[in-house]
Design a protein around this ligand. Structure first.
Ligand code: GLU
Length: 483
């Protein structure tokens, strides 16, 4: 049975990189009839952020990749939150000291600092100098009786290599002599990541372990632990790390990294999933657009690239636009659109019917739903800013702009019916009679009605804006052109 997992540390908002590995873990498990597990690795109390676990669950929920087991929902291999099973790790660390694979270390932080400084000045590799490895049994007992604080360290073999066959990268080899004697159990009784991750991945029967490239250097330490316990070593697959456009590790400074930000911005979760999984993996038919269900069927490690995939938000926006246009039903689209309407618009008397008219007009060009409030603002605002210079530029001169607006007001005032075909007919024939080319003429009216140079088609815009707003805006602009 294939069992995969994500093991996030609740240290902040759910990172897009973690979600990327979650999508691969989920797909691999489901593609092989297996299970996907959520485990919360909350043993680093200094970096712990309360509420972060809830946000991880919210993100998984939004992405529709529900774990089969996890904290709060249970399962046969719990607890799934590491802080709930500290005794287990303590006992395991104890076992290793008894079997000689680990040892107690009483070094004070001052001593360790001095040691590191000296190593630095001598340009030596920073590594614990094994000061406590040679403590006699009596000495240890004496110190324990004195209640001296201690940590438990892994005794890494002095020689040899630790190797593994990465499912994505092939053989990876580490020289043991370069590996530090890791702390396994801290003086406060909490395990470190290395001990807890191995104890849990083993106990929860996780195989393969699919995680980001940044954990590769941890893998030999963990393999040594599996060996020390006498446990079969699982398989590892280290996925490529997502990068910013400039090649640096995906970070807040260049891109938004919280998955929930993408939700708030009105990206569709299906589009984000498609985008992320396509980043480090190529579809056998080179497709860019495919749904996650298809990915689950096709995913294997052979097609994962090892070079760093670049996370480019503009490409994601493009793909999100494709999903908005092609994958949503009209009803779903309408609902999303409505969900992003600001409260002040929703309470206007006729907003509902106008929103129904408006929504389809934006479908072609929306890249994310959070654009909606700004895009539709001029349809509802009483006062809008109109840049007369911009308007004059469209018409080519102030005089022509004035002429256009005067004539249009003449045509549109007291129109028997404010209907799109009627408005369109009137304005087209006016343009023809006066010899105004469509582009400058319509652009002038567009700016006069909305203040913007990009709007939905002009006649739709005028129609939905309504007679009152159009006439009063045109009049105001005309007055402005008179001075
Ligand atoms: N707790 C680690 C993290 O924050 C898990 C790393 C792993 O997958 O082994 O991502």
């Amino acid at each position: 049975m294939i069992r995969t997992r994500i093991a996030p540390s609740p240290t902040g908002e759910p990172h897009i990189g973690n979600i990327y590995t979650a999508l691969l873990n989920y797909a691999y498990a489901k593609g092989h009839g297996g299970q996907f597990i959520l485990r919360i690795e909350d043993t680093d109390r200094e970096r712990f952020v309360s509420g972060a676990e809830q946000q991880i669950k919210e993100a998984l929920d939004w992405l529709d990749i529900a774990p089969d087991e996890g904290p709060g929902q249970g399962g046969a291999f719990g607890p799934y939150r590491q802080s709930d099973k500290l005794e287990v790790y303590q006992q395991k660390a104890q076992e290793l000291t008894e079997s000689g694979y680990a040892y107690l270390c009483f070094c004070s932080s001052e001593r360790l600092d001095a040691m590191r400084k000296e190593q630095q000045t001598k340009s030596l590799q920073p590594k614990y100098d094994r000061h406590c490895l040679s403590l006699s049994k009596d000495e240890i007992k004496k110190r324990l009786d004195n209640n001296e604080p201690y940590v438990i360290r892994l005794k890494v073999p002095d020689e040899g290599q630790t190797k593994f066959n990465d499912l994505i990268r092939g053989e990876v080899i580490f020289e043991n002599q370069l590996i530090d004697d890791q702390i396994l159990l801290k003086s406060d009784g909490y395990p470190t990541y290395h001990l807890a991750v191995v104890v849990d991945d083993y106990a929860m029967k996780i195989n393969p372990i699919i995680r980001a490239e940044e954990w590769i250097s941890s893998t030999p330490k963990q393999i040594l632990l599996y060996q020390a316990f006498g446990w079969e070593v699982p398989q590892f697959a280290h996925t490529p790390l997502l990068r910013n456009l400039d090649g640096s590790k995906l970070s807040k400074r260049r891109n938004a990294v919280s998955v929930l930000w993408y939700k708030e911005q009105g990206f569709l979760s299906e589009a984000l999933k498609n985008y992320l999984v396509r980043l480090g993996w190529s579809h056998p038919q080179d497709k860019e657009v495919f749904d996650y269900a298809e990915f689950i069927k096709l995913f294997d490690f052979d097609r994962v690239c090892t070079s760093a995939p670049v996370f480019d938000i503009q490409k994601l926006e493009w793909l999100n636009g494709v999903y908005i246009r092609e994958k949503l039903s009209d009803k779903e689209y309408q609902q999303y659109f409505y969900d992003f309407i600001p409260g002040w618009i929703k309470v206007l008397p006729d907003s509902e019917s106008r929103l129904v008219q408006l929504a389809p007009l934006f479908r072609e060009r929306l890249k994310r739903f959070a654009e909606v409030p700004e895009l539709i603002n001029y349809f509802f605002a009483d006062e809008i800013e109109i840049d007369l210079e911009l308007l004059i530029k469209q018409a080519k001169s102030k005089e022509i702009a004035r002429e256009m607006l005067e004539a249009v007001l003449g045509e549109l005032t007291d129109l028997s019916q404010w209907e799109k075909p009627v408005i369109e007919k009137k304005l087209r024939s006016l343009g023809e009679t006066r010899g105004w080319k469509n582009r400058p003429f319509f652009m002038t009216l567009r700016v006069a009605a909305s203040g913007c140079i990009a709007t939905p088609p002009l006649f739709d815009t005028l129609f939905v804006l309504g007679e009152e707003k159009v006439i009063s805006r045109f009049k105001k602009v005309l007055a402005g052109l008179m001075v």
